[in-house]
Write a protein that binds this ligand. Structure first.
Ligand code: SAM
Length: 280
């Protein structure tokens, strides 16, 4: 898949793409990225991308014209029904390109959305700045208005980086272990798991919408705290059970809202009741 990022700070992404899994995914051609400087689509001496808001008030707003030209350069036509005629910019290729506006007013980004984006051929990310982007760009070009959380950032670049990172990990071949994205926090429900790790003591099955269990490595004792004995005894069945209980415990403590949508077995429900009793 390919990401196109439209930003007034293209250099923001330089080091982001030079490290870790992302660098490898790009080098191996599992992912392509284009970063586009919004100022390249301006026509005045000062390369102006912003203007004062209609109706008055604080701050500046990203002008629609450079963004519309950036969309045209990427071959993205106005949405059908937006009331704007395609001026020969090409077809929108419904279902193949998704245009996303990063915005604090958007729907909240989740792992499920990252999974959905990873199935697209091309995702365009528009990074706002100042007070935001002229709303007509959202209306005319964007399929999704997306927020990465309930706080306000000074620009969409960090949000775009979050979306790229979370999505590219889910592309086939990107993670060394194909199973790992199914077994971590917010993983798919057991029924959807396609890979299995025979004999490897992971959580009971998939994370099934729960948070991950805690992880430990050597030494067995650190800072006076010993690794839970169950993890040291090599009994894979006991380890699975312990990990599942820990997933339930962590989810109940930190994100009880996730339990409603989690895939819970009868055994899980019994364990949850016991944990609730413990915590009371
Ligand atoms: N006036 C806007 C509001 O109150 O919703 C905030 C604008 S913010 C200072 C500038 C830009 O940062 C936005 O246009 C958007 O692209 C980005 N941004 C801020 N918070 C974000 C969030 N939680 N998720 C995604 N993008 C965000």
């Amino acid at each position: 898949m390919r990401f196109e990022i439209v930003t007034i700070f293209p250099e923001f992404f330089t080091s982001f793409f030079e490290n870790g899994i992302l660098r490898r995914a790009l080098a191996e051609g599992l992912l392509e990225v284009g970063v586009h400087d919004l100022r390249a689509f301006t026509h005045d001496r000062h390369r102006t991308v912003d203007d004062r808001p209609f109706g008055g008030g604080e701050g500046m707003v990203l002008k629609p014209q450079p963004l519309a030209e950036a969309m045209a350069a990427l071959g993205i036509a106005p949405k059908q029904g937006s009331g704007v005629r395609d001026q020969g910019t090409g077809n929108r290729e419904q279902g193949r390109t998704r245009v996303i506006l990063l915005s604090a007013q958007g729907k909240t980004f989740t792992q499920a959305m990252a999974r959905e984006f990873s199935r697209e051929e091309r995702v365009v990310l528009i990074c706002g700045r100042y007070e935001g982007v002229d709303e007509r760009i959202n209306q005319i070009y964007c399929d999704t208005e997306l927020s990465i959380g309930d706080y306000v950032l000074s620009g969409g670049e960090l949000a775009a980086a979050v979306v790229v990172d979370a999505t590219m990990r889910l592309l086939p071949g990107v993670l060394g272990n194909e199973a790992s994205s199914e077994f971590e926090s917010f993983g798919v429900a057991d029924a959807e798991i396609t890979t299995d790790e025979e004999g490897v003591p992971r959580s009971q099955h998939g994370a099934g919408g729960l948070l991950d269990y805690p992880h430990y490595t050597r030494p067995a004792e650190f800072g006076g705290v010993r690794v839970p004995e169950t993890l040291l005894n090599g009994d894979h069945k006991e380890i699975r059970k312990w990990r599942r209980e820990q997933q339930l415990r962590k989810t109940l403590t930190n994100r009880p809202d996730l339990l409603a949508g989690a895939a819970l077995s009868k055994e899980d429900k019994k364990l949850l009741d016991a944990i609730r009793g413990d915590l009371a």
